[in-house]
Design a protein around this ligand. Sequence first.
Ligand SMILES: [Zn+2]
Length: 255
Amino acid sequence: MEIIDNHTHLNDEPFRGKEQYYLERAKALGVTKIICAGQDPDFNERAIDLAHKFDNVYAMVGLNPDIAKDYNQAAEDVLVKQLQEPKVVALGEVGLDYYWDESPHDKQREVFARQIEVAHDLKMPVDIHTRDAFPDCYEILKNSNLEYGAILHSFNGGVDWLNKFLDLNVYFSYSGVVSFTKATEVHESAKAVPMDRFMVETDAPYLTPKPYRGRQNEPGYVRYVAEAIAELKDISLEEVAQATYANTVRIYGLE
Ligand SMILES: [Zn+2]
């Protein structure tokens, strides 16, 4: 059995210098590949470095909504260069965040839409962070060319949003939230999501799934996310692993 953590921050502080150790722990749990997510120039660079250093690590790079206010041509030029590095498989994470609200909403929308165009020009999928912003996110995706696919990372919507986004070329990545007892809307969407449209992730070091909730998350724990979905869908862990592995390899074009 092989599972892929399709969105994790092995480039973040808690893992620094211990990446090999965490990759080995992941492997012991059946987690054989990870995609390390960038979010700003510094995180992007470190995601690329890790992808170049470790066989089973891939990278995505993007400029997140918090720093949308700083987006300009120079920033885009650096991003385009980074997107073309070997083993960079997607633009991400990019999107809208009306919860932390670090950049004006109109600027967030503009920079999000612009980066989707950049990814399309490079024939790459887009990994999306959206918080308290489903209506605007949906509008932007509906009006964008998603030929190469888009992934809603740590999808926390219910069946209504699932059904709306399913009409677009959008995939759903579930995180540890799906294992939380009170996340009933997410449970319903995980039950309903078609087998060829979802993936699993940790978003480590955040969003630790049960049974380790409250401790630091790590890429190997994506296994527990897959287990939670298997239980909800009333299928085996192997079936979830197989489907999500195939979906992840296909959408991100992994080797
Ligand atoms: Zn993330």
